[in-house]
Design a protein around this ligand. Sequence first.
Ligand code: 5AD
Ligand code: SF4
Length: 482
Amino acid sequence: MIKFVNNYLVPTASIGPPLLPGKYKSVNCSILSVNGLFSTFAPMSTRKLYIETYGCQMNVVDSEVVAAILQQHQYQLTEDIDEADLVLVNTCSIRDNAEQRVRARLRDFRKIKKQERPVSIGVIGCMAERLKEKLLEEESIVDLVVGPDAYRDLPALLQEVESGQKGINTILSLKETYGDIRPVRMDRNHVTSFVSIMRGCNNFCAYCVVPGTRGRERSRDPETIVREATDLFSKGYREVTLLGQNVNSYRWKEGGSLLKFEKLLERVADIDPAFRVRFATSHPKDMSDQLLKVIAQYPNLCRSIHLPVQSGSTTVLERMKRRYTREHYMERITAIRKQVPGASISTDIIAGFCGETEEEHQQTLSLMEWAEYDFAYMFKYSERPETHAAEKLEDDVPEAIKRRRLHEIIELQSRLSLKSKQQDVGQTFEVLVEGTSKKSEEQLYGRTSQNKVVVFPKNKLKPGDYTEVTISACTSATLIGS
Ligand code: 5AD
Ligand code: SF4
């Protein structure tokens, strides 16, 4: 089983929409079997892998890449951790609580280690990269530590583990994109999927650990992106989200010509008008008019833009090293509203960053009111080691004040989210059916182009169909259709 666990307070990130809170996706994929060097290990054909994924959608795609790499070494996926020969935890370091959850999970795994049958336990992803050997020292049950750019080395590292050693590779790369690897899809609905278009980040926002854990920015060969997306469409998928930490800076140079994100988006949108395309995440400093023009031209480019603001105060943005002002951000929102009418806009907000005054916090609230966000991911600032903020700024907003400010931000967003949904009541939207509603077998759920979830009667529809739904009611999270 591959289990995805969201670490966000509410459902993406400078990385792309994360999973809904508390939502666990379990997925089958076939995986692993390394040549057994010692007879205590299960024979090759019976090797079973269990993966748990924490964090953003980048990590979800990475788990799919890991599954593909290990599948080639005959590892078979299991949904039952008790029958696994290899347990991998794909981890997130973005906030301290994300790491604490993984630590707690590793404590749970101690009982698996006590079984008679040998089980190897690996930590992969951002936490592996950040903590390196320390993880092996601090968590005695861990056999394997592999950073985000070293997944191709997994089969070799597993051989080391089988010979009784610990395996570790946390080397970051300037080139690795796993562009040639066809991920083993782990989604449940077979309608919506993700394609990674770039890795790493060069932005170095003061609070963020990602440039340290995922390395320098690099773009993936567009041919492999278009091929992967085309393959998804031909298999019946009807929506793809192109993922990167900062998709607007996607660039691919070949034979003297430069392909930028707008062009890539056009190429993916051209695959088929019935193939919806989303992307995440955009950086406000790089969100161009050219990109908005392309979105406006293609009805299958979704009317939903995620533009993390982080703070509504120019002075906080300066300390965060975001490289835009409140006014620039507002100008970009105005451009979106003008060029792509009807688009929903979502954001990420951090409460209580270093030195944040009450007035600066109020500016975040007033920007939210002005922008009328349809949706937001909201976080309390968490100091991360080795970031600019940890080294140069003081984490001086008391915990109780951070909590109160976050609460105010969440309260305001609940009101804005409800208002956004209420405005949809009475209107008709094209909805892509994703599956059966959790609450009733007679109801389906799907999404509008604006990324709003709609629940509606089944009729004869099935996942992957498009249907027109008139909205008759709503909650702050869901549209109810007829
Ligand atoms: N503390 C709190 N939130 C953070 N984010 C990134 N780093 C931190 C941190 N140190 C948030 C930002 C980003 C999202 C992925 O996570 O809002 O956009
Ligand atoms: Fe994703 Fe890593 Fe960032 Fe977590 S720290 S959100 S896993 S890129």
